[in-house]
Design a protein around this ligand. Structure first.
Ligand SMILES: Nc1ncnc2c1ncn2[C@@H]1O[C@H](COP(=O)(O)OP(=O)(O)OP(=O)(O)O)[C@@H](O)[C@H]1O
Length: 268
C-alpha cells in the first residue's frame, strides 16, 4: 500500500512542478573586458513572478536584457553558456531573435510612451506585425488597456497624446503596450522606481493580476516589493547568482550569509 501512496505522491508532486519558460545554464557575459555575468544558472517558471535583487552594478539589468537579447545592442558584448527559452537556445547564432521579440515584452524603469496618442501607442506593435483592420486594432487597444487596469481612466481620451498622462498612468500604458503583442513573458526593469507610492501599489496589484496569464521577471531595488509580489527570488552579487529560491525562503531563511546581509541591510 505504501508503494502505491508513494507513487501517488510523486505523481502529485510532478503535477505541481511548473513549466520552465527559461532555463539559464552557465551563462557568462562580458562587456569588452568587464565580466558582468559569471556562471549564472537558474530557471524561470511559467505564470510566476521572479524577482531579481542585488546591489547596484551586480548584473540584474544585464541579465534581464539577455533574456530578450537586447543586451546585444551594446557592440562589445559577448557571451558563453546557454539560455533556453521554451527549450530553444536563444544564444545560438541561428536563433531568430525576431521571434523572441514577439514573445517577450519589456517595461523599463522610466515610463517611455511614444509621442503619439494613447491609441497609437498600443496599436503600434500590432501594426508592425501587420494588423491593419480597424476593428481588430480597436479590440486589441481595449483589451490591452483593460489588462493593464487603465481602460476606465483613458477610454474617453484615446486620441489624446500619451505625454498628457501622469507618470503612473504612463507606466500602465507601457504595460498595456507590452500586452498588445500578446507576449508569453514580460520583463520589467525597476518598473515602479519612478512612481509615487499610490501608483506603485497600482502597478504591484496589476503584476499580481498579470501573472495569471503571463510569466513575469522583475528587477527591483525594493526588497519589500520583491517580498510582496514575487514567487521566487534570485539574489545576485558582483555578476554571480548567490542564491535562488522561493521568495519566502530567501527572505525568512536565507542559506547564504551574503543574502542575509543584503536583505537585512547589513551589506556595505
Ligand atoms: N553598456 C555597458 N558597457 C559596459 N559595461 C556595462 C554596460 N552596462 C553595464 N555594464 C557593467 O556591467 C555590470 C553590471 O551592470 P548592470 O547595469 O547589469 O547592473 P545592475 O545590477 O542592473 O545595476 P543597477 O541596479 O545600478 O541598475 C556593471 O559593472 C556595469 O558597469
Amino acid at each position: 500500500m505504501k508503494f502505491v501512496t508513494d507513487i501517488k505522491n510523486t505523481r502529485q508532486e510532478e503535477k505541481k512542478q511548473p513549466t520552465k519558460v527559461y532555463d539559464t545554464k552557465d551563462l557568462n557575459l562580458w562587456y569588452g573586458n568587464t565580466h558582468a555575468l559569471k556562471n549564472v544558472n537558474f530557471p524561470i517558471y511559467e505564470k510566476e513572478v521572479t524577482a531579481i535583487i542585488g546591489p547596484s552594478g551586480c548584473g540584474k539589468s544585464t541579465f534581464l536584457k539577455t533574456l530578450n537579447r537586447m543586451v546585444e545592442l551594446v557592440p562589445s558584448v559577448h557571451t558563453s553558456g546557454t539560455i533556453e527559452y521554451r527549450g530553444e537556445n536563444i544564444l545560438d547564432p541561428n536563433f531568430m531573435v525576431e521571434d523572441l521579440r514577439t514573445k517577450v515584452g519589456m517595461v523599463f524603469q522610466k515610463p517611455n510612451p511614444f509621442p503619439k496618442s494613447i491609441y497609437d501607442n498600443i496599436a503600434y506593435g500590432p501594426r508592425i506585425h501587420g494588423i491593419k483592420d480597424r476593428k481588430i486594432l480597436d479590440d486589441i487597444v481595449e483589451s490591452s488597456l483593460r489588462g493593464a487596469a487603465i481602460w476606465n481612466e483613458v477610454k474617453d481620451r484615446l486620441k489624446e497624446n500619451a505625454y498628457g498622462m501622469s507618470g503612473g498612468q504612463q507606466q500602465r500604458l507601457c504595460i498595456a503596450r507590452a500586452l498588445a503583442i500578446e507576449p508569453d513573458v514580460i520583463l520589467m526593469d525597476e518598473p515602479t522606481s519612478a512612481l509615487d507610492p499610490k501608483s506603485t501599489l497600482k502597478v504591484e496589484e496589476l503584476i499580481q493580476e498579470l501573472k495569471k496569464d503571463f510569466s513575469i521577471v522583475i528587477v527591483t531595488h525594493n526588497m519589500q516589493q520583491a517580498a510582496r509580489i514575487s514567487d521566487r527570488t534570485a539574489f545576485m552579487l558582483n555578476g554571480e547568482l548567490i542564491e535562488y529560491d522561493y521568495t519566502d525562503d530567501i527572505f525568512q531563511h536565507p542559506k547564504d550569509e551574503r543574502t542575509e546581509d543584503y536583505i537585512t541591510g547589513r551589506f556595505g
